[in-house]
Design a protein around this ligand. Structure first.
Ligand code: ADP
Ligand code: MG
Length: 289
């Protein structure tokens, strides 16, 4: 717990609530207020401690503890049912843990925030299935995300500033969709839809990105390009990537980054990919099957 949150009494609590309310109004692009308020100076982007979640008595997360550094790219692997998606649900406020601590930066207690507030302070999430607006063009999809604080109709009639156009052009190059900008999103390949959705998240400049099985269903070439994209994002954002594709994980870790193995709701092993692949417990529950 941070000193901020340990202050007791109603006054501290009220001050905290006011700050969060100020932080989370709107929440679209060009709102430096959120950046200014979450404190990342201690190098920690995300901190989970002893997080437990039960569904009808079954512990989907069992005292899960994990720390992600600012700018870190962390891969999380583990068998089906290990609790990987539930962990993301807890971070994003979709599921409330029974107990434990989840904080963002060194000062924001995520368990006190609601789902839209958590998105508004800089945590973006990519679900397994792409959720783009199929009838709109690639460009319009990105445009909507840049102006997420307006309604859909208002956004489409609101003109982008020169700076925002530059930002969209930059994003299109980054997600390999520059030539597809005028195309209807519904006509994109599965992999391209995934990239578009990642672009839509990036348009809101999240500090932390949670990506749940981002290359499932992608071709080998799309998978390689996605690895390149994530490596480009590393450093500027913190990324938590849940994935089963070991060659993808190997590309992301570059032989030097730590991976975390989840099993039965807690961390079974953590270390270099080669180390966890050689770990007997990991082989037994996951890799050896
Ligand atoms: P993973 O993403 O690692 O495959 P999940 O987090 O989806 O695992 O699931 C962890 C466990 O929790 C599984 O046994 C799953 O059936 C259970 N679970 C997840 N969500 C719910 C829910 N809403 N209600 C009941 N059980 C759930
Ligand atoms: Mg899952």
């Amino acid at each position: 717990m941070t000193p901020d949150l340990m202050e007791s009494g109603a006054r501290a609590r009220a001050a905290y609530d006011t700050r969060i309310a100020a932080l989370t109004q709107g929440g679209g692009f060009g709102r430096p207020v959120a950046d200014g308020e979450v404190v990342f100076t201690q190098g920690v982007a995300l901190y989970l401690d002893a997080v437990t979640v039960s569904f009808d008595g079954f512990k989907a997360l069992n005292a899960l503890s994990l720390t992600i550094d600012v700018g870190e790219l962390r891969c999380i692997i583990g068998p089906n049912g290990a609790g990987k998606t539930t962990m993301m649900d807890c971070i994003t406020g979709k599921t409330r843990p029974d107990s434990g601590t989840i904080s963002f930066g060194s000062n924001i207690d995520l368990l006190r925030l609601k789902e839209p507030q958590i998105a508004g302070i800089g945590i973006g999430r990519k679900f397994q299935k792409p959720t783009v607006y199929e009838p709109l063009t690639v460009w319009q999809n990105l445009e909507l995300s840049l102006k997420a604080d307006r309604g859909v109709a208002a956004s489409l009639f609101h003109r982008l500033s020169g700076e925002q156009r530059d930002r969209l052009e930059e994003l299109l190059v980054l997600i390999h969709l520059k030539d597809e900008a005028p195309r209807t999103a519904g006509l994109l390949s599965h992999g391209q839809k995934q990239w578009l959705e990642i672009g839509m998240l990036l348009a809101q400049d999240p500090k932390l990105l949670l990506l749940d099985e981002p290359v499932a269903g992608m071709t080998d070439e799309e998978t390689e390009r996605t690895a390149e994209l994530f490596l480009t994002l590393e450093g500027r954002h913190s990324l938590v990537v849940v994935e089963h594709d070991m060659s993808f994980v190997a590309a992301l870790t570059e032989g030097r980054k730590k991976v975390t193995v989840l099993h039965e709701g807690s961390v079974l092993a953590e270390g270099l990919l080669a180390e966890v692949q050689a770990n007997e417990k990991v082989v037994e529950v996951y890799l050896g099957r």
